[in-house]
Write a protein that binds this ligand. Structure first.
Ligand code: 1GP
Length: 272
């Protein structure tokens, strides 16, 4: 059982926390921190996370496509945990990203990979470790749209065409039918934003929540995703570039916009 400190959301799981918070607030914000020693030290990561929490973020995601040192993931999560109260969820770029210190892991499958290793291979290799850590796992379908950036290249993704939102939605609907609890759509970190039509089309057919991110740099970007039907907006590069410079002030403007727009959205996701 995970101990979530935020009083109004004492839940038995991070998954329930996410669903109920989306239903109550209409839209959430997650902050992605890449636990890569070449990017920042654990203490710097913890400072970034604290600024993000103070700016109103609803969760910290930890993960990166080029993380090769698992011990650094542990250290980064422990440092962040000592500073913030919001949940810390692993958004794994690979099996090296797993840590017993996180509150949960997005147990994700890159459904449009051309390589079964990224659809079920890594997951099989990770399964016993996750069980032995008693780590909460939240099944997530992961779809990468052109151009895909590092995640697309590493994951050998058969990138979904930017002009084909229906194709993305067909994959997303299949994922929901297969039992995935959450959908994550992106075109890669530090990349172009995905075309809004992909979010709209997925949202029109899905019941499970939609997370999207990649290239969000201002409140207009964030608002557009929420208005299109996204439930959670993820930001990584912006936080990495700005949080320590302005103490999270520019991030707060964007999160405030997400929360304001969220209030105009009616959400009724069921807990599966
Ligand atoms: C990556 O969507 C996230 O999975 C965040 O992307 O780094 O571009 O904000 P950015």
């Amino acid at each position: 059982m995970v101990d979530i400190i935020i009083d109004e959301y004492i839940e038995r799981s991070i998954y329930e926390y996410i669903i109920k918070k989306i239903n109550n607030e209409g839209a959430l914000h997650f902050s992605l921190i890449d636990p890569d020693p070449l990017r920042q030290s654990p203490s710097k990561a913890a400072k970034m996370a604290k600024y993000a929490e103070d700016a109103g973020t609803d969760g910290i995601l930890i993960g990166g496509s080029t993380v090769f040192d698992q011990s650094f993931v542990d250290k980064t999560i422990q440092a962040i945990k000592s500073k913030v109260e919001v949940p810390i969820i692993i958004f794994p770029g690979g099996i090296s990203n797993i840590s017993q210190y996180a509150d949960a892991i997005f147990f994700m499958s890159l459904l449009n990979s051309s390589d079964p290793y990224f659809i079920i291979g890594q997951q099989a290799l990770a399964s016993y470790t996750i069980k032995s850590y008693n780590l909460e796992y939240i099944s997530m379908a992961y779809l990468i749209i052109e151009p895909g950036a590092t995640a697309g290249w590493i994951g050998n993704a058969n990138l979904l065409p930017r002009k084909k939102p229906k194709l993305t939605a067909a994959y997303a609907l299949a994922a929901e039918m297969m039992g995935f609890k959450i959908l994550y759509l992106e075109a890669g970190s530090g990349s172009e934003k995905i075309p809004i039509e992909h979010v709209k089309t997925c949202s029109s057919v899905l019941n499970i929540p939609i997370i999207t991110g990649g290239g969000v740099e201002n409140k207009d970007d964030a608002r557009a995703f929420i208005e299109a039907g996204a439930d959670i907006v993820v930001m990584g590069t912006f936080i990495e570039n700005n949080a320590l410079k302005d103490n999270g002030n520019s991030l707060k403007v964007i999160i405030d916009e997400i929360k304001k727009t969220g209030k105009t959205q009616k959400k009724n996701h069921s807990i599966k």
